[in-house]
Design a protein around this ligand. Sequence first.
Ligand SMILES: Nc1nc2c(ncn2[C@@H]2O[C@H](COP(=O)(O)OP(=O)(O)OP(=O)(O)O)[C@@H](O)[C@H]2O)c(=O)[nH]1
Ligand SMILES: [Mg+2]
Length: 365
Amino acid sequence: MLNVLLIGAGQCGNRILDAVNKESFGGGKLSKYYSWQKFPTRVETIAVNTAVNDLKELKYTKAKDRIHIPYLHGVGANRNVGKQCFIDNKDYVMRAVAERGDFDVAFIATSTAGGTGSSFTPLLVSALKERYSFPIYVFAVLPFREEGTIYLQNTAFCLKELRESGAEGIILVDNQFLRHLGSDIETAYDRINEAIAERILFLFKSLDSEMMMVTDLGDFKTVMTSGIRLATVGFSRGDKEISVKSAIRNSLSSSGLLFSLDAYTESSRAMIIIEADKKYLNIDDITTEVDRLTTGAGHVFKGILVRNKAYPSVLSVLAITSGKELDNLYDAAVDAVERERRKKEDAARQVESMMGKIGKLEAQY
Ligand SMILES: Nc1nc2c(ncn2[C@@H]2O[C@H](COP(=O)(O)OP(=O)(O)OP(=O)(O)O)[C@@H](O)[C@H]2O)c(=O)[nH]1
Ligand SMILES: [Mg+2]
């Protein structure tokens, strides 16, 4: 059995973890008190945050799985404060991980944009890498673009540090791209988190199953570590009308992916895992669709899970080579850093000029 460590850092990461726990407990609000997590494999979950209120808000995550790092109420999107806070509390966090035994793989979910998760995660990955040899994958949630310059600049630096941290792969999830999932922000967050949770649970299940065509943790690593170590995932469920062929296509299209990408031209290596009853597994259709992807992506690992009476579900994992959306994001982030710098200089000039004017005067009473 696979031993998995799943950490949610900062508010966004905590909520994604909670969505995973919701699914694994079966959804009932009180189920965490009497039920066991029905993970397909052994999964230990830890939510870590500086803001106690964010942790209290979680509905499906057990109290013992919530780690509060005392720092008032979050670090207010300041990654420098966040980094220092992690360094001061590193031993505490590492002890919480060590108490949970051995792992084969770890996943960490975080936003790239806020202060806590985006600054803790690269340092946490490095700290885990110093002590353990298991691979670490990060679900990195990108902000809505209109959330402002600080979130954009945090994103650029967080992604840079994640790539330097030793993480085997970074799985991009883009709030902006997925905003259509909800008509208001809270609903969008919930739907996006559910989408991520669904993919995470499917991945856990498939990596731990006996498959007809085998894909395993090693293949997953080969896909994730190829190219620039950025990836994304897609998912689609078939039904009476949606065949395995359509489900594969949907999982590779904008309706199934978590990040805007042309799967056929912008990915290098991929993995496709299909679960279905035998009668829905038309091998010719599967081969045609996989070949279509192979033409652009180079190598595609296939996994097939046979499950009685199940309509086809398809998970795709795509390593990203390049991408229009990535370029746009980095351009916006560079612009954001510039704008922040100019604002800071303007403010400094303003203060200097005010002080200059006052400096020559004396208070009159
Ligand atoms: N998908 C998704 N995104 C979220 C959620 N909550 C916050 N975000 C996004 O996460 C970013 C803000 O990061 P948070 O995780 O709230 O920040 P934090 O890590 O708690 O850091 P501080 O609050 O600054 O200490 C913004 O881009 C939000 O849009 C959520 O539940 N789901
Ligand atoms: Mg917060």
